[in-house]
Ligand binder design. Structure first.
Ligand code: ZN
Length: 120
């Protein structure tokens, strides 16, 4: 399955301000996963708070929350890539691959063909 992850939330001003780590309690630092069940959401909220504070302190400043997002496979965690028509044209000898088929791992391919079988 394809999953979209959002990562590296930050506030874009003229430069970039990074939120304090979720697990940073001053003297004690913990892994984010210990203190949050919604790491992306918590970082987003933390960034939105920074934007609010900045907007109040500097009304002329343009600040916005930005993040990186990437699509990855829920099975292997690799970047989501599929066999495309361009790939098929480039490697015509690979007749077993179907356009749209995930290329990362066997589990994703099995799932792809199972979904196709249901549709057919
Ligand atoms: Zn995979």
């Amino acid at each position: 399955m394809k999953r979209t992850t959002r990562d590296h939330f930050r506030v874009q001003v003229t430069g970039t301000l990074h939120p304090q780590r979720l697990g940073d309690f001053g003297g004690i630092k913990m892994s984010d996963s210990f203190v949050s069940s919604d790491i992306a959401g918590d970082y987003q909220r933390r960034c939105e708070e920074m934007v609010k504070v900045l907007a109040k302190a500097y009304p002329d400043l343009k600040a916005e929350v930005v993040c990186d997002s990437r699509e990855e496979c829920t099975h292997c965690g690799c970047e989501w890539e599929v066999w495309t028509a361009e790939d098929a044209a480039r490697w015509p000898e690979d007749e077993s691959s179907v356009v749209g088929e995930p290329v990362c791992c066997e589990e994703a391919q099995t799932e792809f063909y199972a979904a196709k079988a249901v549709q057919a």
